[in-house]
Design a protein around this ligand. Structure first.
Ligand SMILES: NC(=O)c1ccc[n+]([C@@H]2O[C@H](COP(=O)([O-])OP(=O)(O)OC[C@H]3O[C@@H](n4cnc5c(N)ncnc54)[C@H](O)[C@@H]3O)[C@@H](O)[C@H]2O)c1
Length: 418
């Protein structure tokens, strides 16, 4: 069996430095790693992971390997792998199959190479590994005890599998832990999406009309950070409560068809398909910039953009100009793939510290727990609270404790108006 496949093994020294830098900002995961080193919860187990191959993922990989795991890893997006980190991981003994700029065939061949290692626990981001196991590799399902899922879109897919009776092993929805989505999806995606847009375009946000499609956990963060840089943020939504929240947060809310002619930037983070399509592109201003931060590259209709265009050229990395037949130019970032990972480096290490602490602790939970039915499970509350507790401690933040009187008061009903 192939040991690893990366773009360039000589990039490893830079990759080790990147991992060292990330690790210095991930105190919670480091504490878990130190415990794993002693307790070896994954001794004798093979873990198969499909995650963005970034410097933070490498710190998670170190923790799992310290816990005794044999780890096989592939990327969860064709454009998100950091090649220096992949090279360093190969040198650290991880069976890594990932490089930046894969085509669809290469992407799935790497997933299959991870599955060739017959993982007992899967760690997925977007459910492509789980999807492949349940469709093309059903013969390998019996080896699997359980898994974890990192992102909203993956959890949505897994719930659909559960509802249709297709899910064959238990999976913990790491995304749905408070210590994941409240911080990773909001502050992580918020900051790194703006980072990706700025690295790709280097243009000013202040005073521009910045249209955010969706007002969920990621899009709230993107809207918040764009507003902080002085952009006029416009939100589009399909759920009334979310639209109302955006309106009460002082943002303009309108249908995308109305936002299309006035937006300078358009960013999707909905987990939905064809959110920006022909009817919107036809109305956009000359020079409008379009990006996506949702998991898959389906939120912007690339087919429509291609059809409306007569030529296409790359202006700079991650910035493509589409010359429309009517003479307008629209600019697409990072091929419509998640802009924060493709054009920047993904979330800052400090938030991945919590997301990946959850991954590590939930993988350990699966390794130690027997007889879980094939369902999608929430993260156990004690794990979520433990991650928050460790993070606060690492940040040097102390909090109050309930007094015995308060504890009793909150657990009883007798005392009312006094
Ligand atoms: N870029 C990253 O690093 C990153 C990180 C975390 C999650 N994600 C991905 O981002 C996406 C969003 O995740 P989330 O946690 O914010 O989900 P969420 O469910 O909290 O929010 C999505 C929002 O989009 C809205 N929406 C759906 N269809 C829409 C449409 N046609 N027009 C306007 N709004 C629409 C929904 O009503 C919802 O409010 C998912 O694909 C998720 O996997 C990406």
């Amino acid at each position: 069996m192939e040991e690893f496949q990366v773009k360039d093994k000589t990039l490893a020294p830079q990759g080790h430095l990147q991992i060292e830098w990330a690790s210095a900002h991930m105190p919670v995961l480091n504490q878990i790693k130190n415990r794993f080193k002693k307790e070896k919860p994954f001794k004798g187990l093979t873990l198969g992971a499909c995650l963005h191959v970034t410097k933070e993922t490498a710190v998670l990989a170190d923790a799992l390997v310290a816990g005794g795991a044999q780890l096989a890893l592939c990327g969860s997006n064709p454009l998100s792998t950091q090649d220096d980190v992949a090279a360093a991981l190969a040198e650290r003994g991880v069976h890594v199959f990932a490089w930046r700029g894969q085509n669809t065939e290469e992407y799935y061949s790497c997933i299959n190479k991870v599955l060739d290692y017959k993982p007992v626990i899967t760690l997925d981001d977007g459910a492509d590994l789980v999807g492949t196991l349940h469709s093309k590799r059903i013969q390998d399902l019996d080896n699997v005890k359980g898994g974890t899922e990192e992102t909203t879109t993956g959890v949505v897919r897994l719930r659909a599998m559960e509802a249709s009776g297709s899910l064959k092993y238990p999976i913990i929805a790491v995304n749905d832990a408070y210590t994941k989505y409240l911080f990773d999806n909001r502050y992580g995606t918020g900051q790194s999406t703006i980072d990706g847009i700025l690295r790709a375009t280097s243009v000013l946000l202040a005073g521009k009309n910045f249209v955010v499609c969706g007002y969920g956990w990621c899009s709230r963060g993107i809207a918040m950070r764009a507003q902080g840089l002085g952009a006029n943020v416009i939100v589009t939504e399909v759920v009334p409560t979310r639209a109302l929240e955006a309106a009460m947060n002082g943002l303009r809310v309108m249908p995308l068809s109305e936002a299309a002619p006035i937006g300078d930037f358009f960013v999707t983070a909905t987990g939905d398909i064809n959110v920006i399509r022909k009817e919107h592109m036809e109305k956009m201003k000359d020079g409008a910039i379009i990006a996506n931060s949702g998991h898959f590259n389906v939120e912007i209709s690339l087919k429509d953009l291609e059809k409306l265009s007569k030529t296409k050229r790359t202006i700079r990395p991650n910035l493509e100009e589409y010359m429309l037949k009517d003479g307008r130019k629209l600019y697409l970032l990072a091929e419509g793939r998640l802009v924060n990972l493709a054009a920047a480096e993904g979330h800052p290490s400090e938030v991945m510290d919590m997301s990946f602490a959850n991954q590590a602790l939930n993988a350990e939970y699966i390794a130690k727990t027997s007889k879980m039915a094939p369902k999608v499970y929430p993260v156990p509350k004690n794990i979520d609270e433990k991650v928050a507790e460790l993070k606060l401690k690492a940040m040097g933040v102390k909090i109050d404790e309930l007094t015995p009187e308060q504890k009793k008061y909150l657990e009883t009903w007798e005392m009312g108006t006094t």
